[in-house]
Structures are given as structure tokens and as C-alpha cells.
Ligand binder design. Structure first.
Ligand SMILES: [Zn+2]
Length: 490
């Protein structure tokens, strides 16, 4: 069925009643041809065709304003219209040198890094590597025409008629991409890596669990330390997947630090806690509209099956006398802050507070983009039901629960006030730095006594599937210099 754009220029500005707005949007546009109102001839070049009917796609509606301007509506999260942030769509049938302005008019957030220089990412058929648009082409402002919603406008000039262009809120990392990555790990038959299906989502997608450890290594300790990591409980937070892949890439590599860590530590990783939400192109919720990170207290096996399965596993491991669950880290992305940073819990016991600060401090020394000053330990009511808060109460006082956050946009390194936009590769690099920080931590705890060199050469740990370019030795040298100057961040 062809969807037409009749009446699309009437935004009902006069009446202040924006009919057919986000409340009415339930599906993505499907090869939607947007020709001028009243136009009934054949489709011409320059009559843009929008599509979001693909994995992680999101675009609910397009209004033709003029030949040069289009209003775009984010399709709200499934079963939860309150969340409208992630977008991801293609445009084709463009005219060469066609200049357009796209206004994304129904964001559910007010504060946004779009005010601070963030820009959407774009790629096209002939240029398949994602890049951020120039910040000077992006405007973020409160718009009287759209219920005083915040609007993000960006200017773009199409340049190749046969290209399909794709625009997104941030670098997508889909469920299928994860499945391909995990399949590539499977094919390597690594003796210290085990992949299992921990459960299924409501729509029967895999809930994958990776276990990375050298089980042949005789552990001198009576119980083996266990680190548990999860990502993508919030499906629109795609940078979390790049971090998670960086962690995995490092831990399965032949890097000496990774080998030592595998001898002493068990890593359990759930790379995608909300596979349906990711597949559907939601920002925050599951298929049924739940923010899973508010349901840790009492997850239901039918409404929150993935969360239920992960929680069961954690509770079970916590009771296992052979292992000591020491870290739980849940990876997220942040829409208003810069850098990587962590949230932890508040404790009465000052000594415990100090112990909890150790890992973020060590990470700060290893990762130039990680900010200790942004790291905070809080106990606000809003965060009740999160993994960090719930497990912080469940696990004993030798365990640490953190939320690891990373900016959707950029980081600033020590002594600089120029934001450096994150790339897929620098997100993965943060993951590698998180992984190697466990060695520093366990050396400090005297669990690991080893003096082998521990600095990562990026070239030693290359992603099997990611883009590993732009990560030469020069950058590592700069990192070392920065570390020597000290770890204090802005
Ligand atoms: Zn989140």
C-alpha cells in the first residue's frame, strides 16, 4: 500500500493542535516517497524516498515543508511513547547537489549534546564508513511550531544520485552485527572462550552469554574471582556495544595481560541484554515498553525474560562457593555528558567507599578519555531498580557494582578543552582499556604477581570485525605521555 503525503504541509500551527503527531506513530516509514503536495506525476529525481523498515531502523513520519525542507518524526519506543531519541533511516532518489534541511521535531529529551557540537552520523553506498556530520550544519533549539519541543535541524547536500544515504543518531550496532561477531569468535575455537544461550527474548532472539577464562589454570586461591559485564539494557545506547566488543576483543587476544587475566579471573559477559529493543530501533525500552533497568527487583519470566535469566544467573553465582563475584559492570551511553565515567553506590562505611573508588581511579590512568571527576557515587530514588543499585544490595561488601557510561559525542583529555568526537574505534579502545585495568586492580590486591609489561599496543588487539584504522602507534605514545603527566581530568 502506498502511503501518500496528502495534507502534509498543514502542521496545524494555527490551532496549536498537532494532529497525527508522535502519539499516532506506531510503525516505521516504508520506502515512503515524499513528493510535493498535489503532485501526481511520475516520481522524479529529487523526490526523496525515506525508509526505516530495517534492523534498528527508526523513522515514523516525514512532512514535506518545501523542496528543501522536511520535518522528520522519530517513531517512539514500542509500547512506550515517552521515549523518542534514536533515529536511523535511509534516503534515496536524490538529485546531485540537492541541498536539504531535515528537522527532527519530536525529541522527548530537552538537554542534548546536539547543543554542544554533537551531530548525527551519515554514510552512503559509495562511502560505507560512518562519519559524523560537520557540527556547523547542526542546530538544536526550542521550536514554537512543535509544542515547544526541542528540534534538531541539520543541513545536508546530496552529491551522488545513485547512492543510498543513511542517517542515524549515533553509530548503529545491531543485533545481527553482534551475532556475526559472536559467530566469528566461535569459528576461532578458542579453548578459553565459551558461548552459550542464556535464554530468549520475548521475540525469541538469543540472549548470549560469553565466559572467558583459562579453566586449565590451577587457581592457588580457593575461589576464582569473577567479573560480570552486561551491555545494551538500553537499546539506543549503541556505544555500549563497541565498548563491550573492545572488552571481549582484548580478553580473547594473545596479549600477555589478557593471558594473565584469563589464568586468574572468570569473565562473564552478556553483550546484549535487550536484543528485541535493539532490533526494533528503540531508545530505552523492550518490545513491551519496559525500561528493563528499572525492573531488577522483581523481573518477570514472561515480561522481562532476558533480565530474569541474567538475574537468576547472578544470584546463583553469588551462592557458588567456588567463585567470588567481585565486579558487576553495566555499560551505558550518556546523552548529555562528555567522556567515559562511572556511577557507583553510596556506602556508610568510609573504607568501602574508598575501595569502590579504586577501579575507576586505575581506569582513569589507563584511558585518556575516562574522567574520574565525572564519576560519582549516588543513591537517588530514581535509580532504584537499576542493576547497579539492586546488585549492590545483593552482593557482599567485597563486591563492586558500577554503571560505566560513555558520551554519545566526545571526550576531553587532560589539559585540553577541545572535545574529541568518539569514533567506533575509540569506543572499542575504551573497552580494551577497561579490560586491562583488571590486571592493575588485581596486582594491587596482590592476587596477581607478575611483572610482564602491561601496556597495550593497539596493534596487538585488533577487532576481528570492526574498523581498526586510525589507531596507530602515535596515539598510544600520546596516551603514555598523558599518563606521565598525571591522571587529573578537567
Ligand atoms: Zn542507559
Amino acid at each position: 500500500m502506498e502511503r501518500k503525503m496528502e495534507g502534509s504541509t498543514t502542521r496545524d500551527v494555527e490551532t496549536g493542535n498537532e494532529t497525527g503527531g508522535e502519539d499516532a506513530l506506531v510503525g516505521n516509514v516504508n520506502k515512503l516517497m515524499v513528493s510535493p503536495p498535489g503532485y501526481s506525476g511520475v516520481l522524479r529525481k529529487g523526490h526523496l524516498v525515506f525508509d526505516a523498515c530495517f534492523e534498528s531502523g527508526n523513522l515514523g513520519r516525514v512532512d514535506y515543508i518545501s523542496e528543501f525542507e522536511f520535518d522528520l518524526f522519530i517513531r517512539p519506543d514500542t509500547c512506550n511513547p515517552r521515549f523518542r531519541v534514536w533515529f536511523n533511516f535511509t534516503v534515496e532518489n536524490v538529485r546531485e547537489t540537492q541541498r536539504v534541511i531535515f528537522n527532527v521535531v519530536n525529541f522527548s529529551k530537552t538537554k542534548s549534546l546536539y547543543r554542544d557540537g554533537m551531530s548525527p552520523v551519515v554514510k552512503s553506498t559509495s562511502r560505507p564508513k560512518w562519519q559524523r556530520l560537520p557540527a556547523k550544519n547542526v542546530y538544536y533549539y526550542r521550536c514554537p511550531d512543535h509544542r515547544r519541543n526541542y528540534v534538531m535541524s541539520f543541513a545536508f547536500c546530496f552529491d551522488r544520485e545513485d547512492d543510498v544515504y543513511q542517517f542515524a543518531y549515533c553509530y548503529p550496532y545491531t543485533y545481527s552485527r553482534l551475532q556475526h561477531y559472536l559467530a566469528s569468535l566461535d569459528r576461532r575455537n578458542l579453548p578459553y572462550l565459551q558461548r552459550e544461550q542464556l535464554g530468549l527474548s520475548v521475540q525469541q532472539r538469543n540472549l548470549d552469554l560469553l565466559t572467558i577464562t583459562n579453566s586449565d589454570h590451577p587457581s592457588p586461591e580457593k575461589e576464582k574471582k569473577l567479573v560480570f559485564l552486561t551491555a545494551r539494557v538500553h537499546p539506543g545506547e549503541s556505544p555500549a556495544s563497541f565498548i563491550c566488543q573492545g572488552v571481549i576483543d582484548f580478553l580473547v587476544s594473545q596479549h600477555p595481560v589478557a593471558q594473565i587475566l584469563r589464568d586468574h579471573v572468570i569473565f562473564k559477559i552478556v553483550p546484549m541484554l535487550n536484543p528485541d529493543g535493539v532490533y526494533l530501533g528503540n531508545y530505552r525500552c523492550s518490545l513491551m515498553g519496559f525500561d528493563l533497568n528499572r525492573h531488577w527487583q522483581d523481573p518477570s519470566p514472561w515480561a522481562h525474560p532476558t533480565l530474569h535469566a541474567v538475574k537468576q544467573l547472578i544470584v546463583q553465582m553469588n551462592q557458588d562457593p567456588r567463585v567470588s563475584l567481585e565486579f558487576y559492570i553495566d555499560v551505558h551511553a550518556h546523552s548529555t555528558m562528555l567522556n567515559g565515567f562511572m556511577y557507583g553506590n553510596v556506602f556508610e562505611d568510609e573504607e568501602r567507599v574508598q575501595r569502590q573508588a579504586v577501579f575507576p581511579r586505575l581506569l582513569c590512568q589507563n584511558a585518556p578519555d575516562f574522567s574520574f571527576s565525572n564519576t560519582s557515587f549516588n543513591r537517588d530514588v530514581v535509580k532504584a531498580g537499576t542493576g547497579r543499585r539492586f546488585l549492590g544490595g545483593l552482593l557482599d561488601d567485597t563486591s563492586y557494582c558500577y554503571t560505566l557510561e560513555v558520551s554519545f559525542y566526545s571526550y576531553m583529555t587532560a589539559g585540553s578543552n577541545v572535545p574529541v568526537p568518539y569514533t567506533e574505534e575509540t569506543y572499542m579502545k575504551l573497552g580494551r582499556n577497561v579490560a586491562r585495568t583488571f590486571l592493575d586492580y588485581y596486582k594491587l590486591q596482590n592476587l596477581i604477581k607478575d611483572n610482564r609489561p602491561t601496556h597495550i599496543q593497539s596493534s596487538e588487539v585488533m577487532s576481528q570485525t570492526g574498523n581498526a584504522k586510525g589507531n596507530g602507534v602515535g596515539r598510544d605514545t600520546a596516551d603514555r605521555e598523558r599518563e606521565k603527566r598525571g591522571g587529573v581530568r578537567h
